[in-house]
Design a protein around this ligand. Structure first.
Ligand code: HEC
Length: 143
């Protein structure tokens, strides 16, 4: 009986569709790029840059550097979301570099390796500069 078969098939498909994993929620940027710089990128990179001048002395201080490096790496991901991404090329490359170098700084801080954190910090600084050279409004540079 074909009609019954069709009904059963449609029911089965509907059941499978409803049982399918929920669609990933759309990522919705909250902060502007400037706010993200102030809220996450600047304080977390400062903590990483500081290591070269002032060596962390105990577990707590190293943990703070590790957390900052993680925040910086994740900020790279946040820069790539939605309207914050200025283009699909150079912007993504610079943001990805922040993810990779933030990760390198985290691993170096995990190993309590001052030289490696400093080296990652220097490379991170170059990424800040090259992204700003291309994307920061000239009027903002005077600030
Ligand atoms: C992917 C690109 C990109 C990267 C990487 C990046 N920035 Fe920025 N940053 C910007 C842009 C674009 C602005 C200008 C935002 C605006 O004025 O709307 C900005 C603004 C700033 C400002 C000025 C904020 C103000 O008050 O006007 C500072 C300071 C800053 N960034 C620090 C950093 C540091 C430190 C790093 C590296 C750890 C970094 N940024 C990495 C894109 C980037």
């Amino acid at each position: 009986m074909p009609t019954i078969f069709v009904i059963l098939l449609v029911s089965l498909l509907l059941f499978l569709a409803s049982a399918a994993p929920a669609q990933q929620p759309t990522l919705k940027p909250v902060a502007t790029v400037k706010q993200l710089m102030k809220a996450i990128v600047i304080p977390s990179s400062d903590a990483v840059f500081q290591v070269a001048a002032k060596e962390p002395k105990n577990e707590e201080q190293w943990a703070a550097v590790q957390n900052s490096a993680l925040a910086l790496a994740e900020a790279g991901n946040l820069l790539m979301i939605g309207s914050r991404a200025k283009d699909r090329g150079e912007w993504m490359k610079q943001s990805q570099a922040l993810v990779d170098l933030g990760t390198a700084a985290f691993k170096a801080a995990e190993a309590k390796d001052v030289d490696a954190v400093s080296k990652a910090g220097d490379e991170i600084y170059n990424v800040c500069e090259s992204c700003h050279n291309k994307y920061m409004e000239k009027t903002n540079e005077a600030k």
